[in-house]
Every structure is written in structure tokens, then in C-alpha cells.
Design a protein around this ligand. Structure first.
Ligand code: ADP
Ligand code: MG
Length: 291
């Protein structure tokens, strides 16, 4: 499913003294198959944009199409859309509620797959929990509140992927986790991406995460998209990102320091690539070839 937004606008509390224009004309195209990143300051409109993608926020201005679903149309089949576009909110573990992990994960299925039998549902829950790296037999009858922080996050993600959505949207999926927990979340997303989950869209504050994982990304600023490109092209514009008050990946910081010292590297800002290029530059210097 291709996602195309043109001139998307959205105002919270319109016609009131508390009106806030969150989106001021968002243009963005996310192709099927991408692992797409969204970055930008707090308040730049990222979450408001995401919530448009499965009609949690109804479109009030502009054009938005997600696959064949035209959200600009009043006749849009919102339930059909939500079955195909899974949404994992920020800190999704706060939405765990059922007595057991199994019941929690099954909840989403009961909403979307009403004609599924009990056994089929159990096997879908098992598959979802195993996909997120939890042992079904071990966690199924436990309270979700007994799990560790990283496990709760993964159980909450299982509750969304249990319906196998074609597009998976995650708002800050790794926020607040320790480095290992973050790595596990990214590994699990890569594990499902390319199978039934064709497209992944993540919001992240972590520029290294974007540089290492995404095929393309968009930078939001004050309710608009100000850059949309590969991470390599976006982080090559680190001066502009810093001017916008955004961070840059550690690799981009290293590349800037090296450039100041006369070593200009053509890198895509993944750590593997940067290390390769630094070693090549070092070898070239040693041989007196310069760089
Ligand atoms: P981000 O996810 O990039 O931090 P948001 O989409 O949450 O940005 O917010 C964009 C703007 O809309 C901000 O100014 C924010 O304060 C405002 N906003 C977000 N949610 C609401 C809401 N429910 N009611 C009123 N204003 C909101
Ligand atoms: Mg947000």
C-alpha cells in the first residue's frame, strides 16, 4: 500500500481560543516496501500525521490516500483500513489491560477477525507472541503487568501484529528502553518487514536509529515536511538539521570532525560504512596517497 499525503492540514480545537494548527500542509509519499522514518521536534506534528493514517484523526483538510483507501472521501471504509494498517502508539504498554497476556493479544483479533474460531485465534496469538520474542507457554497465563519493561512493550506490539497488518506504524517504538531493548525492537521490526508486513513507518528521536534502519525518512518542522530523502542524503545536510535544533547521528558528528581536519568522507552514515571509509582513508594516508 502506497501512502500519499498532499497539503494535509489539521487544527485541534478549531474555532476556539485554544485552536492549535498541528499540520500546515504536509506533503509526503511512502512507497510500499519502505522502512520509513519520521523525525522532528516535539510538537512538529508527527503523531497527528500518524493518527491520520488509520483514521484515528479524521481528515479535515488536504488529500490522503493509503493504498486504495481514500481518506478524503466520506465513503472511506475505515474498518477495512484499520485491519490493514496497524498502529502502535507511544508507550503502548500503558494500554495493556487484560488479566492475561493471551487475552490482551487476542483482543485485537476479536475486533478485526470476528469469524475466526477459538483454536485459530490461539494459534495466531502464539505466532504473534513468538514473533516478538516471547515464549507463548511461559507468558500466556501471566498478567501483562508482571512482565519486564521490554517484555511489556513487545507484548503490546504483539497485540497489533496479531492481525498481520500490511502497514505497521509505530510512534517512538524504542523510546525509554535500554540499549539492548532498543536493539531487540529494531530486530523484531526487520524480522517482520518484507513478509506480510510490507511497509514499516516509525517515528524516532534517535537519529542513529534512523540512519541504521530506514530506507528513507522525512523531517517534520512546524507542521510541515521540510526534508524527505534517504537517511544518507538527509544527514549530509547536518548543518540544516542543527539549525532546526535537531540532533544528528554519532556517525554524522564524527564525519563533521574529520572534515574539519581535512578528511572528507562519502558515507551513508551507518556505523559499518563510516568505519570502512575511515579505515580506507587511514590506509590511503599511510601509503601517502592522501584522501
Ligand atoms: P509531535 O508528535 O511531533 O510531538 P503532535 O502531533 O503531538 O507533535 O502535536 C502537534 C501540535 O498539536 C502541538 O502543538 C501539540 O501541542 C498540539 N496537539 C497535539 N495533540 C493535541 C490535542 N489532543 N489537543 C490539542 N492540541 C494538541
Ligand atoms: Mg508525538
Amino acid at each position: 500500500m502506497r501512502i500519499v499525503a498532499k497539503g494535509l492540514t489539521y487544527t485541534y480545537n478549531p474555532r476556539s481560543p485554544f485552536a492549535v494548527q498541528a499540520l500546515k500542509g504536509v506533503d509526503i509519499t511512502i512507497e510500499e516496501g519502505e522502512f520509513f522514518g519520521i523525525i522532528g521536534h516535539t510538537g512538529s506534528g508527527k503523531s497527528t500525521f500518524l493518527q491520520h493514517l488509520n483514521a484515528l484523526v479524521r481528515l479535515t483538510g488536504g488529500y490522503l490516500k493509503v493504498g486504495e483507501y481514500d481518506l478524503s472521501s466520506k465513503k472511506c471504509d475505515v474498518l477495512g483500513l484499520r485491519a490493514k494498517v496497524g498502529m502502535v502508539f507511544q508507550y503502548p504498554e500503558y494500554q495493556l489491560f487484560a488479566e492475561t497476556v493471551e487475552k490482551d493479544v487476542m483482543f485485537g483479533l476479536k475486533n478485526f477477525c470476528r469469524d475466526m474460531g477459538e483454536e485459530e485465534m490461539r494459534s495466531a496469538v502464539r505466532e504473534a507472541l513468538e514473533t516478538v520474542g516471547l515464549d507463548y507457554e511461559e507468558v500466556r497465563d501471566r498478567s501483562p503487568f508482571e512482565l519486564s519493561g521490554g517484555q511489556k512493550r513487545r507484548a503490546a506490539i504483539a497485540g497489533v501484529i496479531v492481525t498481520k497488518p500490511e502497514v505497521l506504524i509505530l510512534d517512538e517504538p524504542a523510546a525509554g528502553l535500554d540499549p539492548l531493548g532498543k536493539k531487540e525492537i529494531m530486530q523484531l521490526l526487520h524480522g517482520i518487514h518484507g513478509g506480510w508486513c510490507k511497509t514499516v513507518v516509525i517515528v524516532s528521536h534517535d537519529m542513529d536509529e534512523i540512519a541504521e534502519n530506514c530506507t528513507r525518512a522525512a523531517v517534520f518542522s512546524e507542521g510541515k515536511v521540510v526534508m524527505e530523502d534517504t537517511p544518507a542524503a538527509i544527514f549530509a545536510r547536518s548543518d540544516e538539521l542543527l539549525l532546526l535544533g535537531l540532533d544528528i547521528p554519532v556517525t554524522a558528528k564524527c564525519a563533521r570532525i574529520l572534515k574539519e581536519r581535512g578528511i572528507a568522507l562519502d558515507t551513508d552514515f551507518t556505523s559499518d560504512d563510516l568505519i570502512r571509509k575511515v579505515l580506507a582513508a587511514y590506509a590511503a594516508r599511510k601509503e601517502g596517497r592522501g584522501c
